[in-house]
Write a protein that binds this ligand. Sequence first.
Ligand code: NAD
Ligand code: UDP
Length: 315
Amino acid sequence: MRKARAVVTGGAGFLGSHLCERLLSEGMEVVCIDNLLTGSLSNVEHLFGVDGFTFIKYDVTNYIHVPGPVDFVLHFASPASPIDYLELPIQTLKVGSLGTHKALGLAKAKGARFLLASTSEVYGDPLVHPQPESYWGNVNPVGPRGVYDEAKRFAEAMTMAYHRYHRLETRIVRIFNTYGPRMRRNDGRVVPAFICQALAGEPLTVFGDGSQTRSFCYVDDLIEGVVRVLFSEITEPINLGNPQEMTVLEFAQVIKELTGSSSPIEFRPLPVDDPKVRQPDITKARVFLGWEPRVPLRTGLSRTIEYFRKTREAL
Ligand code: NAD
Ligand code: UDP
């Protein structure tokens, strides 16, 4: 019997590379498609010799041609850090719209199940807290962050249209802040930013007064959730994230403590439309998937700090 075959767009990125590894370990063949816009070959190089793994350097906003059978298409391609998508606004809108359309088209042509990596950003600066999937969000379409938020909202709408009109099997995961090894040290997200600043003895740059909240999920927990959603029958969007919420200032203190750093904290202006609070309501994932995060924050952060220590020595 042939092995199941999955296409992962954005597979050379942070989450995509962990997902490729996990699907290979589930016994699947994996075709990783990535144009390396914000990802890196170093995230997947160790998979090059692995049986069943193929890497294709390609921009998925163009027609995607994959020879042979495909059983699953997991669409993870998109800049994901605020710095990246503010620098790459058009590519972000294109990969969320045209890229999602092409990935859906591939799934339809192959009769494959499609999974969209959506985001908590579809809730914008939320007026409901914590955020359940039933909340429609509070997004500024014309603000600088709109390029990401609206692209993902469009991607969700397009995915549901393919499901309803073409009867495609689709899944949507709304991913909340996730961290772990293989984040880019300079991608501007708070986890690599604070860890690398602390390790270098530089000031930790807290935006605003640091009272805004986030909830951080370790990558292994997130990937476990993605796989459970993929094999579930849940077509409606489902939140995946860690409900343990803290302020950014508290988070800076935790990083200082875990790295043993004496870096000072410096306050910088808050970016436009930066959400004031964010915490997933994961009742749906708990009830329907039996999923919840298992890795405590300090354990996940220690592993991530170790990764940045090692890659820093290699620089
Ligand atoms: P990442 O930047 O590390 O990975 C994204 C990958 O997509 C990169 O390898 C990049 O080169 C690739 N890519 C971008 N445009 C492309 C294109 N046109 N064609 C082919 N490849 C392209 O980011 P990540 O954190 O791994 O995020 C992966 C996905 O998960 C994104 O869709 C993101 O929106 C979503 N997500 C991530 C988080 C998080 O906390 N990490 C939270 C919510 C949603
Ligand atoms: N942040 C910060 N200092 C940094 C980077 C980010 O204080 O050097 C803040 C940012 O303003 C936001 C939170 O940390 O309130 C999380 O930012 P991140 O870019 O990781 O992701 P977001 O949740 O905003 O998409």
